[in-house]
Ligand binder design. Sequence first.
Ligand SMILES: [Fe+2]
Ligand SMILES: [Fe+2]
Length: 258
Amino acid sequence: MSAFELHWMGGVAERLHAAHRGDLDAMPWHQLDPRAFGPEDLDHARICWTQGAHQEWCAAAGFSALLTALLHARAPVDVIGMAGSFVADEMVHTELNARMAAAVGGGVHLEVDPARLCPTPEGEPLWQAVELALRVSCVGESFSLPVLGASARHAHHPLVRAVLKRIAADEAPHARLGWVVLDWALPLLSDDDRDRLGHVAREAIAELRRGLAPEATLSKSRCEVSGCLPPSRYAEVAEAALSRRIVTPLAARGIHAA
Ligand SMILES: [Fe+2]
Ligand SMILES: [Fe+2]
């Protein structure tokens, strides 16, 4: 285990990264006044945004592993090409979450296990690519896309809304990739492999449910500064995401995750 900390190189790395991410400084950072919120709301927000930065970091690791697996599996050129910039997108999301944590008082200490950044499936290259696509994109990103969209629409604070909107805008292609990979790879897999994929999907959904359980109650101000949905709304959005965006499209491909 080690502390989750972020560093900048500066110079040419920063300039080329900025060319991809656009101008984040144009966001209304000055409009968030921490004095408008209570200390407990700010502490909660510091935890949420720090954990958010780490989740985005893990998403980058997931896409990096998936891209490597697709290359080993000789996936179609356009499938690999469509995902080439996703790691950079997730670095932008990491940065945005970290800047939000700084804006509400600073990131919190987070102990993380670098060996568990993303799934590490075993087996043939094709199987590894499919399992990663399923876990990272068909489940992970297909879930976060509607949750982030709903959070952005619900957010009252202009900075929180701008940050969530910016992140949500990237998630649609991230969520699309997994389904494209499945549509390419499923005809190459056996019926037994489809059954195994159902098992993987059920496991990934159970993991998601454990990791993203909302708190029982959240005050309006706490939701506002942390960018969280109120728990009842979160539960609605989460259930709809699981059923319509994950379980149903998997079932349509003969993979039973329910
Ligand atoms: Fe992201
Ligand atoms: Fe993403």
